[in-house]
Design a protein around this ligand. Structure first.
Ligand SMILES: C[S@@+](CC[C@H](N)C(=O)[O-])C[C@H]1O[C@@H](n2cnc3c(N)ncnc32)[C@H](O)[C@@H]1O
Length: 229
């Protein structure tokens, strides 16, 4: 295998789904130098999470975001840590227990289906996982029925041509902001937040993380839609 492909996971042919096994994910995601690269406090602040919010961290991995999110929305809010691997979800449950976090629920899903209750989410959050959905448009169509009317979908994704992103993912598996903008518009969501905390000088050096864009989308209010009878 060429050196540039060595991190590119385990993708069944014809899919974008990375089926890297969960033990490998734990090692990758728990690298201590990775944590500054996640800018967790800034993500919590940017999303303006507050007590009572219900947040889904989709592709929650080892819970790097899910656990701080749960603390931010406590005591009355809740976090759904969503993943496709039971081993990772058990790991998150264990971490939550050690940190006395009681408002986090782990949710095991099939890769193509968010399987979340209808109309329950204030925020659906993805960090470096949305590109792994096989049919991104169909995934959003299924997801948005779980987002409350004023709720948001927040996506952090690697810049398409970032050198680290190129090492991790093949071109056909990476996505651009313009693609996401179109998929979002097709489900009636528009841009309401745009953060540069993972860009240029703001992207912590030494974390080994690609530059990423961080955008937040919400439904276009019905009053702004032009309906001609
Ligand atoms: C690159 S890791 C990111 C983990 C976490 N978001 C973070 O940044 O620390 C991708 C995670 O998404 C999960 N995942 C991959 N495909 C998924 C899917 N279709 N639905 C839900 N989770 C998925 C993987 O098992 C893995 O835990």
């Amino acid at each position: 295998m060429a050196a540039s492909l060595q991190n590119q996971g385990n993708r069944p042919p014809g899919t974008h789904q990375d089926l890297t096994d969960p033990k490998t994910w734990i090692l990758r995601l728990e690298r201590p130098e990775r944590i500054p690269g996640l800018r967790i406090d800034d993500v919590v602040a940017g999303l303006e999470l507050k007590s009572g919010d219900v947040v889904a961290d989709i592709g929650s991995g080892v819970g790097a975001f899910a656990i701080p999110f749960a603390k931010a929305v406590a005591p009355s809010g809740k976090v759904l840590a969503v993943d496709i691997w039971p081993v990772l979800l058990d790991y998150v449950d264990e971490k939550a227990k050690l940190e006395n976090v009681t408002n986090l629920q782990t949710v095991l899903v099939a890769p193509g289906d968010p399987q979340l209750p209808k109309n329950c989410l204030d925020v659906a959050f993805f960090h470096n996982v949305f590109h792994n959905m096989n049919d991104r448009q169909a995934y959003l169509e299924a997801l948005v029925s779980s987002v409350k009317p004023g709720g948001r979908v927040a996506i952090v994704e690697q810049e398409f041509d970032d050198p680290i992103a190129k090492q991790w993912d093949l071109p056909e598996d990476r996505i651009t902001k313009d693609q996401v903008k179109t998929w979002m518009a097709n489900v009636g969501f528009h841009l309401v937040g745009d953060f540069d905390i993972f860009q240029g000088e703001n992207n912590p050096k030494g974390a080994g993380m690609p530059e990423r864009w961080f955008k937040v989308y919400s439904r276009i209010p019905a009053s702004r839609l032009c309906v001609i009878h």
